[in-house]
Design a protein around this ligand. Structure first.
Ligand code: PLP
Length: 497
């Protein structure tokens, strides 16, 4: 039997992690899944790679004393501690990433209405959520940085106009911070959404750490958001694929509706290692997060200064704050502006990988992005990156430096003639791109730069948009989402006469 539980655990406890440790340490008779039985049934090389302890602690759901039994169970306590740590009304642990959070948010919204206002450059999992939920989106454009060819955040006035034009909207849905570290004025966006009587959903996949240091942008829950999607694994240090969904303390959304949507989108066999890693990451963030983030901030600040002194390179930093769509900046992303060199970001990323085994989070035409975690040994990593950049800058300081594809803002997206779900699931065919204008897209097309979808399922394809995508490809850009990467063909809806 598990030992009797004491009173509620403090923030330095990790109740779920401790409960699976206790279970494995007891050497229980495992007449349950998984079939490797805590190790003996696993392939030897797998055991060597992930360690015997990982196998021993791979324990299924519905195990007495862990997630069933006297309430609150250690699993419930772990989620309660997370809610307290992030300032949420309630928190759910997710084992299919922030992607699951976005799909859950869409299914939740669909309980309140059929329409939603969504930031256009939402993550693909948000579009998946629209397909699954059947919601009709009104898309709103983020601010474009035409110099760098990247998208920043959404302005409150843009959201206000979109909500005014969508009186039946059930929610507004934004992304902040971005991949590049720009953060929105979430507090004002909350006010705007609430003034229209709808909740604000924030995809804060990139901001799970922001709660734990005052030098970082204000986090969405503190700013009053109603539902927040958080990719805990990205920066805070839980295992890949683990994430959290937070309900705001005074949310306009109901916890029991979110709860049934989490159940709908989750496996009946959530991985205990992922769950334990969320519990542990929360403890680390609460007890040592500020100090760890401080160390990382210093290392990244020093790297930024060194990179700025390299001819041909610059960095995105606080100087960006105040540009349209950049209300605040998250310094844990090291975004390097490479426009001053005679190679683009894609070529430089390949060179850094091949010559120095430097593996970046993101490479764009004009910007390289390295991500720093909350608790890593950031200084040597940053120094290695700076040294490799110094070498690359010396090799590419040629006479053609700074000459590259001019970024032209994309044309307006086409009319939404059916919901993404109707387009995704309806009758469809594949046609040559040259004959696709006027048809309704059954797939997404997003050119990089700047990564804002040009076409989403349900939208009418225009000649202007197709020509823009073609031109971007010719100039060395890329298109994501298309079933044919070279865009010779496009999947379109077969419309009934
Ligand atoms: C803004 C945003 N939302 C959601 C996700 C999905 O996160 P996950 O990979 O944890 O499913 C990502 C992933 O990069 C993202 O950038």
């Amino acid at each position: 039997m598990p030992p009797a539980r004491r009173g509620s655990p403090g923030e330095d406890a990790a109740p779920y992690l401790e409960a699976i440790r206790e279970y494995a340490a007891r050497d229980p008779a495992r007449l349950h899944v998984p079939g490797h039985k805590g190790g003996p049934g696993a392939d030897g090389e797998l055991a060597a790679v992930i360690g015997e302890a990982a196998l021993a602690h791979d324990i299924p759901a519905l195990t007495w004393g862990i997630d069933i039994g006297r309430s609150p169970t250690p699993f419930e306590e772990a989620q309660q501690l997370a809610a307290r740590a992030w300032g949420a009304g309630r928190t759910w642990f997710l084992t299919n990433g922030a992607s699951q959070g976005n799909v859950t948010a869409a299914m939740t919204t669909a309980h309140y209405g059929r329409e939603v206002v969504v930031q256009r450059n939402a993550h693909s999992s948000t579009i998946d959520g629209l397909v699954l939920s059947g919601l009709r989106p009104r898309f709103v454009a983020p601010e474009l940085d035409e110099e760098l060819g990247i998208a920043h955040c959404l302005l409150p006035e843009t959201l206000d106009a979109a909500l005014a034009a969508t009186p039946a909207a059930a929610a507004a849905w934004i992304v902040s911070p971005t991949y590049f570290g720009a953060a929105a004025d979430v507090r004002r966006l909350v006010d705007v959404a609430h003034s229209h009587g709808v909740p604000l959903i924030v995809d804060e996949a990139w901001g799970a750490h922001m709660t734990f240091h005052e030098a970082l942008p204000e986090d969405a829950l503190a700013a009053g958001a109603d539902l927040v999607i958080s990719s805990t694994h990205k920066i805070v240090g839980s295992l890949t694929q683990s994430a959290m969904l937070h309900l705001g303390a005074d949310s306009r959304l109901q916890a029991d509706i979110v709860d049934r949507c989490v159940t709908l989108t989750e496996s009946t066999s959530p991985n205990s290692l992922l769950l334990a890693s969320l519990d542990a990451a929360r403890r680390l963030a609460v007890t040592r997060g500020r100090e760890l983030i401080d160390e990382t901030l210093h290392a990244v600040a020093s790297a930024r200064e060194q990179i700025r002194s390299i001819p041909g390179l610059d960095v995105l930093d606080e100087r960006f704050v105040g540009r349209a769509g950049v209300y605040a900046y998250d310094p844990l992303r090291l975004a390097v502006d490479v426009r001053g060199l005679d190679a683009d970001g894609y070529e430089l990323a390949r060179e850094l990988r091949e010559q120095a085994d430097i593996n970046l989070e993101l490479a764009g035409q004009n910007v390289l992005v390295g991500v720093f975690g909350m608790g890593e040994d950031a200084s040597p990593l940053a120094e290695r990156f700076v040294a490799a950049l110094r070498g690359a800058a010396a090799r590419h300081a040629g006479e053609h430096a700074g000459e590259r594809m001019r970024f032209a803002p994309p044309p307006p997206w086409g009319e939404l003639v059916m919901t993404p779900r109707e387009a995704f699931l309806g009758a469809q065919e594949v046609v040559p791109a040259a004959r696709a204008a006027g048809r309704v897209a059954a797939e997404s097309l997003a050119t990089y730069p700047p990564g804002i979808p040009n076409v989403l399922p349900g939208e009418r394809l225009t000649g202007e948009t197709l020509a823009y995508i073609e031109r971007t490809l010719q100039l060395g850009g890329s298109v994501r989402g298309a079933s044919d990467r070279e865009l010779r063909t496009i999947r379109v809806v077969v419309e009934r006469a």
